[in-house]
Design a protein around this ligand. Structure first.
Ligand SMILES: NC(=O)c1ccc[n+]([C@@H]2O[C@H](COP(=O)([O-])OP(=O)(O)OC[C@H]3O[C@@H](n4cnc5c(N)ncnc54)[C@H](O)[C@@H]3O)[C@@H](O)[C@H]2O)c1
Ligand SMILES: O=C(O)C[C@H](O)C(=O)O
Length: 311
C-alpha cells in the first residue's frame, strides 16, 4: 500500500517516520516544496531501517507529484504552523491556498486517494478539501480529535497518577482552543468512570488543560507540537490502510448527524479501507449538545472565510 505525506516539516516528517516504524505501508512518498528537505529526511529515515527493522521504502521529492501517483492515502500537513500567542484560525490566510493547490495536484495523480487533512485550521481545511475536490465525503478525513483525545488521556492520567494507556477518553467538536469538547462524562480509568475518582474541580482543570494543549506546547516550543500530532496522523492512516474498523474521533462532513449539516467537525467515526465507514451518533446530554452547537457555529464562521478560495 502506497502512502504520500505532503509537507515534510515537523509534523509531516514525524507522520512519515511513525508510519515507517509501524511497518503497515510498503511505500511512503514524502513531498515538500522546499528543495531537498523531503529527499534528505527520506534518506535519513531509510538509514534507520535496519536498526528499527522496517521494510517500508521511503522516497522524498521536491514538488514532483508524479512520484505520488496511485497513492491510497495522502496526508496533508503542508502550510505554516502558529507561533506562540496565535490561534490556529489565524493561519487560514496562508494555508487555505496551499491546501487547495496541494489537493488539486494530488488528485491529478491519485484520483481515488483517501485524504487525511492535518494543516490548520484543520476543520476548515477539511471542509475546503471536500468542497474543492468533489471527492466523496468518506474519503476526506480531518485529524484533530485523535490528537486532542491523546492529550485528554494524558492530563487525566496525570490527575489520576497512572499510565495514560490505562485511561480512555474522547474529544469531539472543533480542533480549536475554544471549540474542542473533552467528553468527561464518558472518560474512564480501566472502565471506572473518572467522575468516581476525581472531584469536579480536578476534572474541569483537565478539560481546560486539554483544550489549550496545543497552545501550551506552542508556547514551550515556539512552534506547533509534532510528536503526538505525527503519531496521531499515523494512527489514522494505519486504521485506514489495515481496514481496522477502529473508532477514532475525526473531523468528518455531517449531513444531519448531531443535528448539523454541511460542516466538517470532530465526531466519533469508524475508520477502515473506505476511509470513514460510519459516523457514530453518541447521545449527548443537553450541556454537551449546547457546547457542540457552539463549536459548530465557530467552525462555520471560519468556513465563511473560504469564499474566495472556493470561487
Ligand atoms: N490537525 C492537527 O492536530 C495539527 C497538529 C500539529 C500541526 N498542525 C498543523 O500542521 C501544519 C504543519 O505544521 P508543522 O509544524 O509541520 O510545520 P512546518 O513548518 O514544520 O512544516 C510545514 C511544511 O510544509 C511545507 N510546505 C509549505 N507549502 C507547501 C506546499 N505548497 N507544498 C508542499 N509543502 C509545502 C513547508 O516547506 C514545510 O516544510 C500547520 O498548519 C500546523 O498548524 C495540525
Ligand atoms: O496547536 C497547534 O498549533 C498545532 C496543532 O493544532 C496542535 O493541536 O498541536
Amino acid at each position: 500500500m502506497k502512502v504520500t505525506v505532503v509537507g515534510a516539516g515537523n509534523v509531516g516528517a514525524t507522520v512519515a517516520n511513525v508510519i515507517a516504524l509501524k511497518g503497515f505501508a510498503s511505500e511512503l512518498v514524502l513531498l515538500d516544496i522546499k528543495e531537498g528537505v523531503s529527499e534528505g529526511k527520506a534518506m535519513d529515515m531509510m538509514q534507520t531501517s535496519h536498526m528499527m527493522n522496517f521494510d517500508t521504502t521511503i522516497v522524498g521529492c521536491t514538488n514532483d507529484y508524479s512520484k505520488t501517483a496511485d497513492s491510497s492515502v495522502v496526508v496533508i500537513t503542508s502550510g505554516i504552523p502558529r507561533k506562540p500567542g496565535m490561534t490556529r484560525e489565524q493561519l487560514i490566510g496562508t494555508n487555505a491556498g496551499i491546501v487547495k493547490s496541494v489537493v488539486d495536484q494530488v488528485l491529478q495523480y491519485s484520483p481515488n486517494a483517501i485524504f487525511v487533512i492535518i494543516s490548520n485550521p484543520m476543520d476548515t481545511m477539511t471542509y475546503l478539501a471536500l468542497k474543492a475536490s468533489g471527492v466523496p465525503k468518506n474519503r476526506i478525513i480531518g485529524m484533530g480529535g485523535m490528537l486532542d483525545s491523546s492529550r485528554f488521556r494524558y492530563y487525566l492520567s496525570q490527575a489520576l497518577g497512572c499510565t495514560p494507556t490505562d485511561v480512555d477518553g474522547m474529544v469531539i467538536g472543533g480542533h480549536g482552543d475554544k471549540t474542542m469538547i473533552p467528553l468527561a462524562r464518558f472518560a474512564t480509568y480501566k472502565g471506572i468512570p473518572v467522575s468516581q475518582l476525581l472531584d469536579k474541580e480536578t476534572i474541569d482543570k483537565v478539560v481546560a488543560d486539554t483544550m489549550v494543549g496545543g497552545a501550551t506546547l506552542t508556547g514551550l516550543l515556539g512552534t506547533s507540537a509534532w510528536y503526538a500530532p505525527g503519531a496521531a496522523g499515523a494512527t489514522v492512516v494505519e486504521a485506514i490502510v489495515t481496514d481496522a474498523k477502529k473508532l477514532i474521533p475525526c473531523c468528518a462532513y455531517l449531513e444531519g448527524e448531531y443535528g448539523e449539516t454541511d460542516v466538517c467537525v470532530g465526531v466519533p467515526v469508524v475508520l477502515g479501507k473506505n476511509g470513514i465507514e460510519k459516523i457514530v451518533d453518541v447521545k449527548l446530554n443537553e450541556e454537551e449538545q449546547k457546547l457542540f452547537d457552539a463549536s459548530v457555529a465557530a467552525v462555520r464562521t471560519m468556513n465563511a472565510a473560504l469564499a474566495d478560495v472556493l470561487k
